[in-house]
Design a protein around this ligand. Structure first.
Ligand code: C2G
Length: 132
């Protein structure tokens, strides 16, 4: 069984996220999503998600391509996650290209997938604030 992992906030879940999850699953048989906690989002990424961790977790768990959701609590956990979950493939959108190549030394394939154009959580928020 080839096991794949990806990381992210997945706030206001949209088709760009779904494209990423669908493509990530094609690299294996079992897809784990490490979902950024509210604390990690604020402390490390200085962003507050619209939906809480529990709400985002419920949404991501409902996606057919996703087999398990675990918390992402810090930048450093990726190495231990690869070993703890016996990961074969690490997948991220290519806005992160090159940032996680060090994981290859841990024996995982590292794949950066093209982002889906013209959609982002930030854009959604901006568009909605312009309408209402
Ligand atoms: N994504 C995408 N296309 C979009 C928007 C997002 O492919 N139009 C991808 C991103 O590249 C990322 C994933 O969807 O791989 C989740 O996006 P975010 O929730 O924005 O993730 P991010 O805040 O970048 O957190 O440790 C890594 C970080 O937790 C990643």
């Amino acid at each position: 069984m080839r096991r794949v992992i990806t990381y992210g906030t997945f706030d206001l879940l949209h088709y760009g996220h779904i494209n990423l999850l669908r493509k990530a699953k094609q690299y294996g048989d079992y897809l784990i999503v490490a979902l950024s906690t509210d604390e990690f989002n604020w402390e490390a990424k200085h962003k507050r998600s619209y939906f809480s961790y529990e709400q985002r977790k419920m949404l991501v768990e409902s996606v057919r391509y996703v087999d398990l959701v675990i918390p992402e609590e810090n930048w450093e956990q990726k190495v231990s996650d690869l070993h703890e979950y016996h990961i074969d493939v690490f997948v991220m959108g290519d806005d992160w290209k090159g940032k996680f190549d060090y994981l290859k030394e841990q024996g995982a394939d590292v794949v950066y997938l093209p982002r889906t154009p013209q959609v982002s959580t930030t854009q959604i928020k901006q568009n909605l604030s312009n309408i209402f």
